[in-house]
Write a protein that binds this ligand. Structure first.
Ligand code: MG
Ligand code: MG
Length: 255
């Protein structure tokens, strides 16, 4: 990926459009969440998200993204699949965890968010993994303030996750978001405080802790999309798109 990407600071009108894209994205994710139960396929989840997007005149920026073109509107990543799982006829079963990542484009602006959920009774490791990964996202959001650098956000994620015995991915990162799904700056899930890009009001960034139980190393399946933990251990992923303001960080991808 080319990360000499431009940082596009948004004006209030653009932030309002991004908030609407984020709201529609949250509706799609909520519809998916309601369906998650044993026996449901990941293709069913994709169809549910697409229906909500269509109803709101939106579409997913994931569809036909990249090479080979991504064939669906959500990423559905089960258990050891960290990100970029391709929806299909896999049925969810008791004890699985699934990350659902969805995007929505509304009037040319992108919302990007994900959650990970468990199906039925989970192992204690899976439960802890979900808690730690989601908490890491909110700790990162708290750091999205003028006066901080992107490295403060990255370091907060890494310190929290590693402090609880888990690992953060190195190859996949948070990113600016706006008219493009991926803009600058890049916000890795590891880093040093005080480094990187100074945060400015109007910056819009998708933060996305990606956490692995056994190793930070990953590999990509032969479908050239699905990223799995190198050791087959469980993984989780939570994401919100955030606007930096003069005050509190604004979460764009909520209802
Ligand atoms: Mg995403
Ligand atoms: Mg993203």
């Amino acid at each position: 990926m080319d990360w000499a990407r431009q940082i596009n600071v948004k004006n209030p009108a653009e932030i309002a459009l991004m908030r609407e894209a984020g709201r529609v994205n949250a509706l799609a994710l909520a519809a998916v969440r309601e369906l998650i139960e044993p026996g449901v396929t990941t293709a069913d989840l994709n169809a549910a998200a697409e229906e909500v997007l269509r109803k709101h005149g939106a579409y997913s920026p994931f569809y036909h993204y990249g090479r080979p073109p991504f064939p669906a509107s959500i990423c559905a990543s089960v258990n050891e699949e960290l990100v970029h799982g391709i929806p299909g006829n896999r049925k969810l079963k008791e004890g699985d965890i699934i990350s659902v990542d969805c995007g929505a484009v509304v009037e040319g602006y992108v919302g990007d968010a994900s959650f990970t959920a468990g199906i039925g009774e989970l192992s204690s490791t899976a439960r802890k993994l979900l808690e730690v990964t989601e908490k890491a996202l909110y700790i990162a959001i708290e750091k999205m303030r003028v006066g901080n650098h992107t490295g403060d956000v990255s370091a907060a994620i890494q310190q929290f996750v590693e402090g609880r015995g888990f690992h953060v991915t190195r190859e996949y990162t948070g990113h600016g978001v706006g008219r493009q799904m991926h803009e600058g700056p890049q916000v890795p899930n590891y880093g040093k405080p005080g480094t990187g890009v100074p945060l400015e009001a109007g910056m819009t960034i998708a933060l996305e802790p990606m956490v692995l139980v056994g190793t930070h190393r990953t590999r990509v399946l032969p479908n050239r999309w699905t990223v799995v933990s190198a050791d087959g251990s469980l993984t989780a992923h939570f994401e919100h798109s955030i606007a930096v303001t003069e005050g509190e960080p604004l979460i764009l991808t909520v209802l």
